[in-house]
Design a binder for this molecule. Structure first.
Ligand SMILES: *Cc1c(COP(=O)(O)O)cnc(C)c1O
Length: 417
């Protein structure tokens, strides 16, 4: 495989001498605040300046980088690299325990560039039906037309994943916690299957974040994120992140140069600022979603709650000790089908009815008429989306307020919306 031939010694980064590189042994709370900060020698600014520029003065170091092919390590042109990007990249790399990171203009940019960079034409990819809709469409349409064959399997069924392996399998792509059923596949088992296949395991860790799971430590090769969600955390930014070994990231970086889709400096500033509070936000969101799941599980108007703390078949095989928590998502089926669920959502007073997730504010939506509307009812049923399914993204509000609001909206004689 091509990646076994990459023997050039590669340093971590890219970072400059001004970027704060902290030992990865520090706690995520500390790394989230401090890792990667650009310590500006001219002004002493406490936060990373916004390097709002598209290009940089050419000097001897730039010409050397052109000659040596080390353009990723010298600021030359912002699509190639910018100190604002390097700051947030170092922060995410530190949190995920990675050698290198890349920030992109969206989660889809991260996923598309990663898959294109790490597979060749004529190769085979294994993934799941219930990955994020944009990812599914990419795997279903763009990759086949670019010469890749894709098999879709259920990641909860490791035998099915193994059975899908072919001699030309190069990549397995799964989510560490799925949307909206919150299935938690056994990442260690997926790592073993990928190794048997001599293929790479790429995981989308958006729903868990490095606060709850560090997939690279479990053996995954590359991790992607929609930083639009928890990493940004304030529903005010579209961004993506890729982390892993530098030899993979250099290749994904080169792909991103060609397809476009790097993150602009102002976006980097918002993302870096957002991640400073990631650890405390996610801890609160873990607690809120768990409390909501518990409260709803015993509610007479809720038919079923989907949350990893409920264990059951949607947790098949995964070791609970691989998780620090499960994030802010909780899904549940409201009695009375989609119409009742919609009326229930309108009665909620705290969360906004909107797609997306992971922000400080709670959001609620129905997968059937949003993220999964392009599927037929039968396809939805196959991944577990039944009538009345509601997806709730818990923010950082007070959990008793959120639960009281949910219980009020569920009451048969509750307020009409
Ligand atoms: C939102 C999301 C994406 C896509 O991210 P964008 O930032 O919207 O491009 C990918 N994967 C998961 C799990 C997501 O939730």
């Amino acid at each position: 495989m091509w990646f076994n031939d990459l023997t050039r010694k590669r340093s971590a980064g890219p970072v400059s001498p001004q970027h704060r590189v902290l030992p990865r042994t520090m706690s995520p709370e500390t790394l989230a605040v401090h890792a990667g900060t650009y310590e500006d020698p001219t002004t002493g600014s406490v936060g990373t300046p916004i390097f709002q520029t598209s290009t940089f003065l050419l000097d001897n170091a730039s010409y050397t980088a052109f000659a040596d092919g080390t353009l990723r390590d010298v600021p030359i042109y912002t699509r190639y690299g910018n100190p604002s990007q390097w700051s947030v990249q170092e922060k995410v790399a530190a949190l995920e325990g990675a050698e290198s990171a890349l920030v992109t203009s969206s989660g889809m940019s991260a996923t598309a560039n990663t898959i294109f960079a790490l597979t060749n034409s004529q190769s085979h990819i294994i993934s799941a039906y219930d990955v994020y809709g944009g990812t599914y469409n990419l795997l279903r349409e763009d990759l086949p037309s670019a010469g890749r064959t894709v098999s879709f399997v259920d990641p909860m069924n490791i035998d099915a994943v193994r059975a899908a392996i072919r001699p030309e399998t190069q990549l397995l792509f799964f989510e560490t916690l799925t949307n909206p059923m919150l299935k938690a596949p056994d990442v260690r088992a997926l790592v073993r299957v990928a190794k048997e296949a001599k293929a790479l395991l790429i995981v989308d860790n958006t729903f868990l974040t490095p606060i709850n799971m560090k997939p690279l430590e479990l053996g995954a090769d590359v991790v992607v994120h929609s930083a639009t969600k928890y990493l940004g955390g304030h529903s005010d930014l579209t961004a993506g992140v890729v982390v892993g070994r530098r030899k993979f990231l250099d290749r994904i970086w080169a792909q991103t140069l060609r397809f476009g889709g790097t993150l602009d400096p102002l976006g980097c500033f918002l993302l870096e600022r957002g991640i400073k509070t990631l650890a405390i936000r996610v801890k609160t969101q873990n607690e809120n979603a768990t409390a909501i799941a518990k409260a709803l599980a015993s509610h007479p108007r809720v038919k079923k709650v989907f949350h990893p703390t409920m264990r059951g078949p949607d947790f098949a095989g995964a070791d609970a000790s691989d998780y620090k928590g499960y994030g802010g998502m909780v899904s549940f089926t409201v009695e009375g089908g989609d119409a009742a669920a919609e009326a229930f959502m309108r009665r909620l007073q705290i969360p906004y009815v909107a797609t997306s997730l992971g922000g400080v504010e709670s959001l609620v939506s129905m997968p059937a008429n949003t993220s999964h509307s392009s599927l037929t009812e039968r396809q939805r049923a196959a991944i577990g989306i039944g009538p009345g399914l509601v997806r709730y993204s818990a923010g950082i509000e007070d959990s008793s307020d959120l639960i009281e609001d949910l219980v009020d909206a569920l009451a048969p004689n509750g307020r009409e919306g």
